[in-house]
Design a protein. Structure first.
Length: 421
């Protein structure tokens, strides 16, 4: 997630926690859900990009000032050098020379020191506060990379049917701003300061508010910027909050589509049961911080669908597909993917989080009227023959679609238990 998205998520979670605290009864928790105004992280992200770019530009000017005159740590060590290059000797150094006979040699019938002890002072750049600045530079570098790739993918592209490629001045402006910031960043990364500091381990976890970070005006600007925008030093908490945000989005979709809470079967906030048309629908938090399970039942047929959430914009390959789940989808803030096709996003154009969740939920109860005489023999998706049948469930060995016919005397209706896109 982008930094400003994490910042807004933190505020949203505070709002959700307050709502949950005020609605201890599960019945009223769901009944009053219309009162909860759940904002879109996507929309906020677009609105705040300009402000964030301005903040980064200012911080780059501050960092450039720090690089010109950084705080240093003075260290010293005793070394032995030729007497001719030593310059002024301190009293302590002279006493050491006087006692060390190996440094003296005879010249013109008298003993003179050829080498002397000399205390040499060195300035050490790699102090904690400068490593923090290096970490901040690296963090902003990664962040600008996310912005660049994101807006690049939003540029209008050529289609065979197009006569010309349409303009999008907003996207063009954002990319120009990013290019300008990346130019300033390249200057900073080419300085001696960054080249030396980057040799250190920049993966600082919890930042300590030292005297320099609090009292030096320039360093404090950088520390304040970090505190303002970096909301999640604990990535597990980020995953947990991101899942909670999507869980409430799912409940919003249920409410807007008139799902009825089954109070007898809903005893916990993290495992709720609903009635929708002639389906029993359960939504539950999974075992890990990224998982949400959706279970849809009709008579004795049960279909489990699994959702894996990822906070990064570019989807990463999960370790495995969840067992006993008919479908597994991976969802970020900006798109959704089937587990079997992670290289192909489901939505070719941008849609909101709410629209993505609506698609995922309602797709699990996809119905179509079709003659049972025909489609009990041929797959309704790919027309493949030789279907597998177990009890009343049909499965296609070719496209992996699974479906059943709902019991209805007036019309033949297919319920797609698993519909491969």
């Amino acid at each position: 997630m982008k930094i400003i998205e994490e910042s807004q998520l933190k505020k949203t979670i505070s709002q959700l926690n307050m709502y949950q605290e005020e609605h201890r009864s599960i019945k009223y928790f769901y009944k009053d859900l219309d009162e909860l105004k759940l904002g879109s992280l996507q929309r906020f992200s677009f609105q705040q990009d300009d402000a964030f770019f301005n903040e980064v530009s200012f911080i780059f000017s501050v960092i450039s000032s720090i690089i010109a005159h950084p705080h240093l740590s003075n260290k010293g060590e005793d070394i032995i050098v030729r007497a001719s290059t030593a310059g002024h000797l301190s009293t302590e150094s002279f006493q050491q020379v006087f006692k060390d006979t190996q440094l003296w040699k005879e010249k013109d019938y008298e003993m003179i020191p050829e080498y002397v002890h000399h205390y040499q002072y060195t300035d050490e750049l790699k102090i904690y506060e400068n490593v923090f600045i290096g970490m901040l530079i690296h963090l902003i570098d990664v962040e600008l990379g996310k912005y660049s790739e994101f807006y690049m993918h939003m540029l209008p592209s050529f289609d065979q049917a197009d006569i010309e490629i349409s303009e999008n001045k907003t996207i063009e402006k954002k990319l120009a701003q990013i290019d300008d910031l990346e130019r300033k960043l390249r200057y900073i990364k080419n300085t001696y300061f960054y080249k030396e500091i980057s040799k250190c381990n920049l993966a600082l976890r919890t930042i300590q508010p030292t005297n320099i970070l609090l009292k030096d005006r320039l360093y404090h600007y950088c520390f304040k910027f970090y505190r303002q925008f970096i909301q999640y030093e604990d990535k597990d908490r980020l995953l947990e909050d991101f899942r909670k945000y999507y869980f409430f989005t799912i409940l919003k979709v249920f409410k807007d589509n008139h799902f009825v809470l089954d109070e007898k079967k809903s005893q916990k906030y993290n495992h709720l049961s609903f009635l929708f048309k002639d389906y029993q629908v359960e939504i539950a938090l999974g075992k890990t911080l990224t998982d949400i399970d959706l279970t849809v039942s009709h008579h004795h047929v049960v279909a489990k669908h699994h959702l894996m959430l990822q906070t990064e914009r570019d989807v990463q390959m999960p370790e495995l597909e969840i067992e006993n789940a008919l479908t597994t989808h991976v969802m970020t803030l900006w798109n959704a993917y089937q587990f079997v096709q992670l290289d192909q996003p489901i939505f070719s154009n941008r849609v909101s989080e709410y629209e993505m969740i609506t698609e995922w939920v309602m797709y699990s109860m996809k119905e179509v009227q079709a003659k049972k005489d025909i489609y009990s023999k041929y797959c309704p998706v790919c027309r493949h023959k030789n279907l597998n049948q177990e009890d009343e469930v049909y499965s296609c060995p070719d496209c992996k679609t699974m479906y059943t016919f709902k019991k209805d005397e007036k019309k033949d209706t297919i319920w797609f238990i698993q519909l491969r896109r």
